[in-house]
Design a protein around this ligand. Structure first.
Ligand SMILES: NC(=O)c1ccc[n+]([C@@H]2O[C@H](COP(=O)([O-])OP(=O)(O)OC[C@H]3O[C@@H](n4cnc5c(N)ncnc54)[C@H](O)[C@@H]3O)[C@@H](O)[C@H]2O)c1
Length: 468
């Protein structure tokens, strides 16, 4: 039995603490966190406590941690987008293998720099493109590669961001403004572009359209105050009314109401109908407590203390209680990217933030069959409609109750793959250079959208390399 991999965590926020920390706790024979860097005292302390990291291995910043030299096999970099480059280069230069959150970086030149540093130092640099590790996208990839659909002629891939996730992350939250973090096509769709590249190969040229239509001051209801909690006259009609999202957790109950698990469906429907009896009912209805006591993302983002009182305080004072029409947001709420691939396939990527539920849907039309894919938190289904026989095969890749934890289990699968790849790089499903391609497509799409041009990917790749 090999010794567990040792790792340091840079950034013990939502992803570091909630997505990757739990994997190490559940699999102590595979990976163990031995140090943490995190400036926020509460977050640093809670991670250190959960992983039994001694005080001398707790640091306020990545600079302090890496100044100690190499103290583990791997580094997980989970800082915000604009803070990826410094710690990743320091980790690679210090001999760590690195798991880096997506997007790699927020500029083209920095993405290329990271790839070149990984290649020069000979270290593993894996980007957290967790979709590749899901049963759904693995099956889709294998189906396309098998030739079962024939030659792929067109693909429509949709990233349907729910109205509440849009408001949480891209209107009120960290990714609302491209001058603060990333443009939405990079932040949200580098995953989708990675899947398209993985399945279909490189893009030859693309154009893109999109804008911010809805979340603007001129669309605010009459009399809407700066904050939902300041007595908004539109509270009953507004789907984004913050107490409904974060205190009554209505979107989560809607997810539970679509669950394939009967008790989750019944319990959620009951509470949506009789919210006043929720606390009493959860004592008697098995499973209801699980849904109502849920405290993970996005609730854990608005406040480290997730008690109802603390969440209300966060809405009264913090960014997540702001009226969605009165934020400092500038990222689009819809964007399409039209792509011509090198193999001739035409692809349309549609991203928007107005979906009833979160999820990706897709259609692949090949010369032998048409494929439909539905990747929702509580429903994963692939249909293959065969041209010759007219038969329809339905595949339902596995998911857990309520969609499983951490991206329907994908975060855990990504960690398992990273551990294997550090031990034996031949297990790596992808490389930093391959991940660069999805980022190049995202930057090219943003340039095409802003300038109204068609971007040649060869020119774009050459430009990226020549920036060094
Ligand atoms: N793979 C995915 O699907 C996925 C999903 C969500 C977010 N992300 C990405 O994960 C990254 C982290 O997002 P998050 O939501 O966890 O953000 P977060 O703000 O919750 O966590 C980032 C943490 O980094 C810490 N930090 C800041 N400066 C630091 C420093 N100098 N040294 C060490 N730590 C420092 C912050 O205090 C914070 O706790 C982002 O790049 C985001 O885009 C990826």
């Amino acid at each position: 039995m090999p010794q567990p991999l040792t790792a340091v965590l840079i950034g013990a926020g939502q992803r570091g603490y909630e997505a990757y920390g739990p994997y190490a706790l559940a699999h102590p024979d595979e990976i163990r966190f031995v140090a943490v860097a995190e400036p926020h005292d509460v977050r640093r302390a809670r991670f250190a406590k959960a992983h039994a990291i001694p005080p001398e291995r707790q640091f306020r910043t990545w600079e302090e941690l890496f100044a100690q030299g190499k103290m583990a096999d791997a580094a997980l970099i989970c800082t915000l987008d604009r803070q990826h480059v410094g710690p990743t280069i320091a980790a690679l230069e210090n001999g760590y293998d690195v798991l880096l959150e997506k997007p790699m970086a927020t500029t083209l030149v920095d993405c290329v720099r990271l790839v070149q540093t990984a290649e020069r130092t000979g270290r593993l640099l894996q980007i957290c493109h967790e979709l590749r590790y899901t049963p759904f996208f693995s099956i889709l990839h294998d189906l396309v590669a098998s030739g079962r659909l024939g030659r792929i002629i067109t693909v429509e891939h949709r990233e349907n961001v729910s109205y509440w996730h849009m408001a949480h992350s891209y209107v009120r939250g960290n990714w609302r403004n491209s001058r603060i973090e990333s443009p939405m096509i990079l932040a949200k769709c580098c995953h989708d572009l990675d899947i398209l590249f993985w399945n279909l190969g490189p893009c030859r040229r693309l154009n893109s359209f999109g804008s911010l239509i809805h979340y603007r001051p001129e669309n605010a209801p009459p009399g809407a105050p700066e904050r939902c909690t300041d007595g908004c006259p539109a509270a009953d009609e507004c789907p984004w009314y913050a107490p409904r999202l974060y205190l009554e957790i209505v979107p989560l109950l809607h997810v539970a109401r679509r669950s394939p698990v009967l008790w989750e469906r019944l319990a959620a429907t009951f509470v949506l109908k009789y919210p006043g009896v929720a606390e009493l009912a959860k004592r008697y209805i098995p499973g209801l407590a699980t849904a109502l006591d849920y405290r993970g993302w996005p609730l854990s983002v608005i406040s480290e203390d997730t008690s109802p009182q603390a969440r209300l305080r966060a809405l009264e004072t913090g960014p997540y209680g702001r009226c969605v029409y009165r934020c400092d947001n500038d990222v689009v709420d819809h964007q399409i990217v039209n792509m011509e691939l090198e193999n001739g396939t035409s692809v349309v990527l549609v991203m928007h933030g107005h979906s009833h539920q979160e999820g990706r849907t897709m259609r692949y039309d090949g010369t032998r069959a048409t494929l439909f894919g539905y990747y929702y938190p509580t429903e994963h289904e692939i249909q293959i409609h065969d041209h010759l026989t007219g038969e329809v095969e339905i595949i339902r890749p596995p998911i857990g109750p309520l969609g499983g934890t951490g991206h329907a289990g994908a975060d855990a699968q990504l960690m398992a793959a990273f551990v294997r790849a550090v031990r034996d790089p031949s297990y790596a499903l992808t490389t930093a250079r391959e991940s660069l391609e999805s980022h190049l497509m995202a930057f090219a799409a943003e340039e095409a959208r802003v300038t109204g041009t068609i971007v040649s990917m060869d020119d774009f790749r050459r430009r990226a390399e020549s920036m060094q």
